[in-house]
Design a protein around this ligand. Structure first.
Ligand code: COA
Length: 592
């Protein structure tokens, strides 16, 4: 039934039988067998999905207006959110400038190339794309690397969601820093997990040599990009590339291993070592064009398949290639304007999304009832709660977001024994019913409760471990949004990064650290002299921007944009059901 069974068998290093009687496979980079299960079942779900929409009365509208009692908390949160938004704007402006004015001028004037965002404008249907981790690379020990030197994201080409990985050559010639490699690998991982075609816009001088030891040797470093390309191709996840600049050294393998490649005359070159290396090795003087230009590769070596006279033509070719991929998207239903307007208005939550800025907790003590957040994210503010009276520090239930049914798991206090049991139950329920999961994470500042008895502690430990197993083994897609704190073990049960959510985003107010700032005492022996210093470190290292700079997430999103981002992610996740054939196991394409 599953096309990749034998590859899974090869990849699986061990299989565990969990407390739930589910096999947990540990493997390197393949989707779990359970994910294939989700992929198969989603086909049969689509008509049921349509019927579900008709049952709106089953989902009650959450009455969660702002009350005078919330005023103090709301205003403090709003002030903090505004400060975070300023930081967000600063970071956005910084990355828009790429490698700086001089580098942009060199790129466009001297080298005659388009800037990376202009390239994306020509490649994608519209500017409404989901950019991934735009702030990755900011504030690193080796400096600020805007956009990690490479834009990644998911955009539509001829209506089909595709992952794009596009070097920004204004940042040190598009060379790969360690963070660049990490960002590219994460984009590929998203493509694998969600079966999205990949388009690479390659314009890179290869490895950033001063940091070679952090780029080259290890498993999840440079070579992994090429490995993934081959594996994805074999999994029938299409790989297309455009050579729109240098593809030197490692960069040369991306287009050469792609299934179909377009190369631009005069600005595209592919070679392992450039003219200076040839001169040093053989004494021969050769131009980049003669050594590895578009003519050579399109007419002689066969490394590329389409010769484009200029960049615009290259993106037209690429769009044509994407139109031949074996996806059949549903025709958009024709609706008259008035009906569309009415339907959209009915779907919108009853409260202004800007109110989320005052609900985004500046710290744990400023958290509000999480149903206030839920009611501002779901269609019509509707929610069908599960186990409303049990384990109330975790809220669980079903809702729709832009027409997609999801199971929501949201922190509403400490993850107690009861709430963790409820979480396990609900996660398994969603898995059973093939409903994607949305985690709204705002965990308590510290991991261990200070004054509990041994029994309470052990019961809680068992229940949390059960929930962690349930989350890890659930085969349905998972999306996590950290709306407040991401601390301690609670964050694992709430599908933190290490639990492999399909997407993980942070609000700008989010804090990510073992314990929240101000709670260093919980990590140290009593009266430790290091407490103040550790609190300062936690303060600095827990900010959402520190996290995103290091690519511990898929990006910082503004609270008011959350609903839209979630709608896009759910659309993207669902697209795999329209691929006509996923079954045949192929060997990767060879050019020779
Ligand atoms: N490692 C570190 N820095 C590199 C680099 C590399 N592989 N390649 C380029 N750079 C730096 C340059 O030193 C320059 O830095 P500066 O702005 O601080 O002066 C910047 O990137 C831009 O390079 P420059 O050569 O001025 O730009 P360009 O647009 O004319 O050419 C390249 C860009 C990538 C084509 C060219 O720099 C090149 O061929 N680099 C060498 C590629 C190579 O041999 N890589 C082997 C990696 S294993």
């Amino acid at each position: 039934m599953y096309s990749y069974t034998c590859m899974h068998d090869l990849k699986c290093t061990r299989a565990l039988r969990t407390t739930f009687g589910i096999h947990l496979f540990l493997y390197s980079s393949f989707p779990r067998p359970a994910e294939h299960h989700w992929r198969c079942s989603v086909r049969s779900m689509s008509s049921a999905g349509r019927k579900r929409k008709a049952l709106r009365s089953a989902f009650v509208v959450l009455e969660q207006p702002l009350q005078p009692i919330h005023r103090h908390v709301y205003e403090a949160n709003l002030r903090n959110s505004n400060a975070c938004r300023n930081r967000y704007k600063e970071c956005s402006e910084k990355i828009r400038k790429g490698g700086g004015e001089k580098a942009m001028e060199r790129h466009t004037q001297r080298n005659g190339k388009l800037l990376v965002r202009d390239r994306l404008r020509l490649l994608l249907d519209d500017e409404d794309f989901l950019e991934l981790s735009p702030f990755a690379g900011l504030g690193l020990p080796y400096g600020d690397i805007p956009s990690a030197g490479c834009l990644t994201g998911i955009g539509r080409i001829n209506g089909l969601w595709c992952v794009f990985i596009a070097n920004d050559a204004t940042v040190k010639g598009g060379t790969a820093y360690p963070i660049t490699v990490k960002k590219q690998l994460r984009a590929q991982e998203i493509a694998i997990q969600n079966r999205l075609p990949c388009v690479y816009l390659v314009d890179s001088g290869g490895a950033f040599l001063p940091l070679q030891s952090e780029i080259f040797p290890d498993k999840n470093q440079g070579g992994r990009t090429f490995y993934n390309e081959a594996i994805m191709s074999a999994m029938k996840i299409p790989q297309v590339s455009v050579v729109c600049g240098s593809c030197t050294a490692g960069g040369a393998y991306i287009p050469t291993m792609a299934e179909e490649t377009v190369m631009v005359h005069r600005i595209g070159t592919i070679f392992l070592g450039g003219p200076p290396l040839v001169k040093a090795a053989t004494g021969e003087e050769v131009t980049p064009e003669d050594l590895g230009g578009a003519r050579l590769h399109a007419e002689v070596s066969g490394c590329v398949d389409h010769f484009a006279w200029e960049e615009k033509e290259a993106y037209d070719y690429t769009r044509n290639i994407v139109s031949t991929l074996n996806f059949q998207l549903p025709e958009e239903e024709e609706e008259d304007e008035e009906r569309t307007r009415r339907r959209k208005a009915e779907e919108e939550p009853p409260y202004d999304s800007m109110e989320l800025l005052g609900l985004a907790p500046k710290s744990y003590n400023y958290s509000v009832d999480v149903k206030m957040v839920v009611s501002r994210l779901t269609d019509g503010g509707r929610f069908q709660e599960f186990k409303a009276r049990y384990g109330t520090t975790l809220v669980t239930g079903f809702a729709s977001i832009h027409g997609h049914l999801v199971g929501i798991v949201a922190n509403n206090g400490e993850l107690s024994h009861q709430s963790a049991l409820k979480g396990s139950h609900f996660v398994q329920l969603c898995d059973q019913r093939d409903v994607p999961l949305l985690f709204l994470q705002n965990t308590a500042p510290t991991a261990a409760p200070a004054l509990s008895t041994a029994e309470v502690n052990s019961n809680r430990l068992k229940a949390q471990a059960s929930m962690m197993s349930a989350v890890a083994c659930a085969s349905v897609p998972k999306i996590t949004v950290v709306i407040g704190g991401c601390h301690g073990a609670d964050s694992y049960a709430m599908c933190g990064r290490s639990f492999d959510p399909n997407f993980l985003f942070l609000w700008p107010n989010a804090r990510v650290s073992m314990a929240a700032p101000g709670h260093a005492g919980s990590l140290l022996p009593p009266d430790s002299e290091q407490e103040d210093e550790l609190n300062r470190t936690l303060e600095e290292e827990s900010s959402a921007f520190f996290s995103s700079g290091r690519l511990w997430d898929d990006g910082v999103i503004l609270p008011q944009d959350t609903r839209k981002v979630l709608g896009s992610c759910l659309d993207i996740i669902q697209q795999q059901q329209y691929q006509l054939s996923t079954e045949k196991l192929q060997s990767p394409l060879l050019r020779v």
